[in-house]
Design a protein around this ligand. Structure first.
Ligand SMILES: [Zn+2]
Length: 201
């Protein structure tokens, strides 16, 4: 009998090579929202410069010690998977590193998801299921839409929806700088993928 992996491919998610080198040069802790946003915005910028994905970066941080648990960058094109947004990658990495599907499990410190751009419809759902207790966003969804990316069918009051689930939300931390990375991406003819904006084209 064939094993599953002979019939269906195994899926491996790997962060780009430059990330460990980059993180080695970073401080051990990131005590302010601004410092954490600076880190993930730099990841978004380097992800373009290194040609490893779209203009989005994220990170899961411990909300007690402000250490980075796991970074994430957009890997949609390099992984060949539409779901590998920066937030999803950071959540998956953190859960693998901690050996739990729930970052809010008993015995864990509270965790914070910091993302260079507001979560899209998919990442909004993933944020709910991840177990993080805090969400911090840089650029707004409208900044991503301004360059052609699609945020998907997100409820207008998505912030309230997260708050009602016990996840605090802070927006507009370093928005200008994060939005500039998005602008630079299209100006350099970066591909705006999977963005049908509700059309079937
Ligand atoms: Zn997303």
């Amino acid at each position: 009998m064939n094993s599953t992996s002979q019939i269906f491919p195994q899926f491996q998610l790997e962060l780009p090579q430059w990330i460990p080198d980059f993180l080695q040069q970073q401080p051990a802790t990131f005590p302010t929202h601004e410092a954490r946003m600076e880190l993930v915005t730099t990841l978004s910028k380097l992800n373009i410069e290194q040609g490893t994905g779209g203009p989005f970066g994220a990170g899961i941080f411990r909300a007690d010690t402000y250490q980075l648990v796991a970074p994430g960058v957009n890997l949609v094109m390099s992984s060949g998977s539409s779901i590998t947004h920066a937030e999803i990658v950071a959540i998956m990495m953190a859960q693998q590193m901690l050996g739990s599907h729930d970052l809010g499990a008993a015995g864990f410190p509270p965790h914070e998801l910091v993302t260079s751009c507001e979560p899209c419809a998919m990442c909004l759902g993933a944020t709910c299921w991840s177990g993080v207790r805090h969400l911090v966003c840089g650029a707004r969804g409208c900044d991503a839409e301004a360059i052609g990316f699609d945020e998907g069918p997100k409820p207008q009051d998505w912030r309230t929806a997260l708050e009602q689930r016990g996840i605090t939300v802070i927006v507009d931390i370093g928005r200008q700088k994060a939005a500039q990375v998005l602008k630079n991406y299209v100006e350099q003819n970066g591909e705006v993928y999977n963005s049908r904006q509700g059309t079937s084209e």
